[in-house]
Design a protein around this ligand. Structure first.
Ligand code: PFF
Length: 451
């Protein structure tokens, strides 16, 4: 017999859990390195436009699909509209989820390394080269990254088998507020650094000469990655929503919270990058070399460092749980597996992908596809191709295939149906129908043209 579908407890719990999925390494690790590698302010501006005009409507679209179908991403389309094509769109999301599991757990394993490093202290390290060499030392050997990645995945597994409400909601409720407070404190600390002006200019002053088709695609990809969009994560979560959960309010809260955390991470990191003479375009290692340097220059730095990396680790955990949930819901819904069995199968698959990614900086560093190592390839393909593609198809489905009255009804569920909400629902439905699919198609085609 099928297990009864879980439900989230409270309204606040719903926001915390979905924000727990959105807020993660994407905001604090990926956002700064993409901003740094893609020219700064102009990228940030584009990113913000994508979050609110494409991301927010797609969030609502995912919510509508999940809440209405009460199904994970693979079955959701099919439940609302029987067709072979729509029945197979969900596989794009599942593929994206598997790829993300691989590289995300490796970055999470770096946060575990840095928790230990913080306890040991960063004594003896002072120049950017010292911090660079320390990071190299951690990633360029095969054993430690593999062990940390495996440990991270085991922990994820143990939380997942406890189920949606007991495991995920509790961790998120505690972690999110703490993370916000800490980010504000570190942001203020960075604003007092001598390079603050230069850092803020880099982050907020748009230099449009830096914009290329590739940069626009990366800004779109970052918006999707950061908001956990286009791969059915929010579809899966909203299948656990109660009927009265307000979709638009939840969506707006997530978009605002997530953007706030990303921008705060930028405020925290770029003043330090310029103060300590680091390279903004350093790529995935940026944050792991800059932040320890900031901490080592603060009084009681190792305690701050410890608290920060513990919170970053928890943020990664609440996000990876949501990626896992996509795969687990698929295994349970489509194969009738028990939760325990689905979690176990998922664990084995993600361990294989995680280990391959962990080794892509050491034993597999010479193995390149299209010039990317496996880690970068999984990151690029999932965020910049699969997630926008999934988001485009989803917005076409909700905007054009599902009845308009259902879309409106769901958008207004749990609200007072007042004038403001009605206008908002109309704007959201318009963006879902026209703005999101067209914008995503243009960005992706434009980039293909440049290849
Ligand atoms: N949004 C998460 C982050 O910013 O770290 C990553 C993520 C979670 C992506 C869940 C996709 C997803 F389905």
């Amino acid at each position: 017999m099928k297990e009864k579908r879980s439900q989230f407890g409270t309204k606040l719990g719903v926001i915390m859990v979905t924000a727990g999925s959105a807020v993660g390494l994407g905001n604090i690790w990926r956002f700064p390195y993409e901003v740094g590698a893609n020219g700064g302010g102009a990228f940030v501006l584009l990113y913000l436009i994508f979050v609110f005009f494409v991301g927010l409507p797609v969030i609502c679209g995912e919510f509508i699909l999940g809440k209405r179908s009460r199904s994970g991403i693979r079955g959701a389309f099919e439940k609302l509209h029987k067709s072979r094509f729509w029945g197979s769109v969900g596989y794009i999301s599942i593929l994206a989820a598997v790829l993300i599991m691989g590289f995300y757990s490796v970055v999470a394993s770096w946060t575990m390394e840095y928790i230990v490093q913080s306890v040991e202290g960063f004594s003896g390290l002072s120049s950017p080269e010292d911090f660079h060499n320390r990071f190299e030392l951690l990633t360029a050997t095969p054993v430690r990254p593999v062990v940390w990645t495996a440990l991270f995945l085991i922990l994820n597994y143990l939380i997942l088998i406890r189920g949606v409400e007991k495991g995920i909601e509790k961790v998120s409720n505690l972690m999110m507020p703490l993370l916000f407070i800490l980010l504000i404190a570190f942001g203020i600390n960075s604003l007092l650094l001598p390079g603050a002006g230069e850092g803020l200019r880099f982050l907020f002053h748009p230099d449009f000469s830096k914009l290329t088709g590739e940069v626009v695609l990366r800004a779109l990809g970052q918006a999707f990655f950061s908001l956990s969009l286009g791969m059915g994560c929010l579809v899966t979560y909203s299948s656990y929503f109660k009927p009265e959960t307000p979709l638009m309010r939840t969506g707006i809260s997530i978009a605002v919270l997530d953007t706030f955390v990303a921008v705060m991470a930028g405020v925290m990191i770029f003043p330090a990058v310029f103060t300590y003479g680091q390279e903004p375009a350093a790529g995935p290692r940026l944050v792991f070399e800059v932040l320890p340097m900031v901490f080592s220059n603060m009084p009681s730095g190792s305690i701050w460092s410890l608290v920060f990396f513990v919170l970053l680790f928890l943020a990664a955990l609440t996000s990876i749980i949501s990626v896992s949930e996509i795969i687990i819901a698929y295994l349970m819904d489509d194969f009738g597996m028990s939760r325990f069995k689905a979690c176990t199968v998922h664990f084995v698959i993600s361990l294989v992908f995680g280990v391959v990614c962990a080794l892509s900086f050491s034993s597999l560093s010479d193995f390149k596809i299209f010039g990317f190592n496996v880690f970068d390839l999984f990151d690029y393909v999932s965020s910049n191709i699969l997630m926008p593609l999934g988001g485009m198809l989803l917005s076409i489905f909700v905007g054009w295939v599902i009845k308009r009255s259902i879309v409106k009804e769901e958008l207004l569920a749990g609200t007072s149906h007042s004038g403001v909400y009605r206008v908002l629902a109309t704007v959201m439905a318009f963006c879902l129908r026209y703005v999101a699919p067209v914008a995503i198609a243009i960005v992706m085609l434009n980039c293909l043209k440049g290849i």
